[in-house]
Design a binder for this molecule. Structure first.
Ligand code: NAD
Length: 479
């Protein structure tokens, strides 16, 4: 039984959740405590009590703790990556890569604890000095989704602690294993009791408690648009600070002048790797007429060679979908796209078992051609290995189609034209733009986030994370 960490103690919950391997549903990874609202309340109380002292901890103390956490994560990359692949279903190399990213994030924010910055400047009034500094917020509630079980928790927890906040962390129900392992490392890191609390449990119970408790100064949320809207409404009602990272319908434009190999590699990588379960996945390929047929043919060839199998098996390209409900959604959208007039050019086949006969949530990557911008498949997030192709006349129409979406997280273009690449970088209505690269796959030391329906509030990651996790103070002194 894996317990919750509240005020430095490991506590059983009133309920239990079973963490099951999507590559082999006979494999029970473990049982995890589910907190109720009372335990969430205890965690908030502990964090609030710990805040006055932690907010005055020295940068050296915070550096030492976060740096050591990063070191341990990196040292245990193989073991933690195996757990991540086993519970979430991304392939082992992808999972180890995510663990390494989490370790690097802790090390990056360890450094940031030593570089809080600030300004000292003369006032417009004679004899007066002005200082602009940043202070922590208090208790922050961190709510994360299932698709990056360790990296997203890391990119919220590390900056929160680096800048002197106390944390109540609620991970996704589907993937408690990586969150628990991270909490276990933090529990031995030298953090005073109550500074970091893990509260596994239902969103409707633990999550809601975080949204409504007046002692939670800020909420950082990553997940679906529907839940994000609830977070926003609750936070606005009590004027708490909040930040939302939500869905995507990320376009990749492929122009006639693209290097075909570069375009296909980028599209296959960002459309299908991690089973298409990345908020930055390219789910709309917008392809100009001169290259369209060659591009689709090359995509189909490349997709036929992808091996769909157990996430932890050597040679697997695409692991399973995370669970039965997400698999059902993926299959439904393939049906919706076909009913709307799309053509299933490749894949989309439900496999009940993997190559070894183990039962799992397998789906071969699906490519749907002959779609239009108005179809639901091009407007709604599927969040699986399902990619559609839209034909465009020329660059101008392709840019228009790329921006014709309620989302704005990531966007890509494959081209050898400096003119079009430069124009696209400026005119794409996305928070992140990629030229000749997959739309997914980002650095950990620079801002991450989107526009329109994808994101709300300050950016996460890199130095920009300070915008969310600190508040600015302006102090005037008469000499
Ligand atoms: P989700 O919205 O169902 O759940 C996200 C988290 O919110 C979970 O921890 C859940 O328990 C919690 N939650 C649910 N109801 C709640 C409530 N009423 N109050 C408070 N918390 C509640 O999302 P998911 O299915 O876990 O994740 C998939 C979604 O996440 C996709 O839409 C994907 O695009 C998005 N995502 C976005 C980013 C990004 O940075 N933009 C990154 C990864 C995933």
């Amino acid at each position: 039984m894996h317990k919750n960490l509240i005020n430095g103690e490991w506590l059983d919950g009133p309920a239990v959740s079973r963490n099951v391997n999507p590559s082999d549903t006979r494999d029970l990874i473990g049982e995890y405590a589910q907190a109720d609202a009372h335990q969430a309340e205890l965690a908030i109380s502990a964090a609030a009590a710990a805040f006055p002292a932690w907010s005055l901890s020295t940068p050296q103390q915070r550096f030492d703790i976060l740096d050591a956490v990063g070191t341990e994560i990196l040292a245990r990359r193989a073991e933690l990556g195996d757990l991540l692949a086993r519970e979430e279903g991304k392939t082992l190399p992808e999972a180890i890569g995510e663990v390494v990213r989490a370790g690097n994030i802790f090390k990056f924010f360890a450094g940031e604890a030593l570089r809080p910055g600030g300004e000292s400047l003369p006032s417009v009034r004679p004899g007066v000095g002005v200082e602009v500094t940043r202070e922590p917020l208090g208790v922050v509630g961190l709510i994360t989704p299932w698709n990056f079980p360790i990296a997203i928790p890391a990119w919220k927890i590390a900056p929160a602690l680096a800048w002197g906040n106390c944390v109540v962390f609620k991970p996704a129900d589907l993937v408690p294993g990586s969150a628990w392992a991270l909490a276990e490392i933090l529990s031995r890191s030298g953090l005073p009791a109550g500074v970091f609390n893990l509260v596994m449990g239902r969103g409707s119970v633990v999550g809601e408690k975080l949204l409504h408790d007046p002692r939670v100064a800020a909420i950082s949320f990553t997940g679906s648009v529907a839940t994000g809207q609830k977070v926003a409404a609750a936070a606005v009602a009590r004027m708490a600070k909040f930040q939302l990272e939500m869905g995507g319908k990320n376009p990749m434009v492929v122009l006639d002048d693209a290097d075909l190999g570069v375009a296909v590699n980028a599209a296959v990588n960002s459309g299908f790797f991690s089973t298409g379960q990345r908020c930055t996945a390219s789910s709309r390929l917008i392809v100009t007429e001169g290259i369209h047929d060659r591009f689709v043919a090359a995509m189909v060839e490349k997709m036929k060679a992808l091996k769909v199998d157990d996430a932890r098996k050597a040679g697997t390209d695409i692991g399973p979908v995370v669970d039965a409900s997400q698999l059902g959604q993926d299959v439904d959208y393939i049906g919706i796209a076909r009913a709307e007039g799309g053509r299933l050019a490749q894949g989309g086949e439900r496999l009940e078992h993997n190559a070894d006969g183990a039962p799992g949530f397998y789906l071969t990557p699906a490519l749907i051609t002959d779609t239009t911008a108005a179809m639901r498949i091009n407007r709604e997030e599927v969040f699986g290995p399902v990619v559609s192709v839209i034909r465009a006349r020329d660059y101008d129409e392709a840019l228009h189609l790329a921006n014709d979406t309620p989302f704005g997280l990531s966007a890509g273009i494959a081209t050898t034209s400096l003119k079009h690449a430069t124009h696209f970088k400026r005119h794409s209505q996305a928070g992140m733009v990629m030229v000749n690269l997959p739309t997914a796959g980002v650095d950990y030391h620079v801002p991450f986030g989107g526009r329109k329906g994808s994101s709300y509030g300050p950016r996460e990651q890199g130095r920009h994370a300070a915008e969310f996790y600190t508040t600015v103070k302006t102090a005037y002194t008469q000499a």
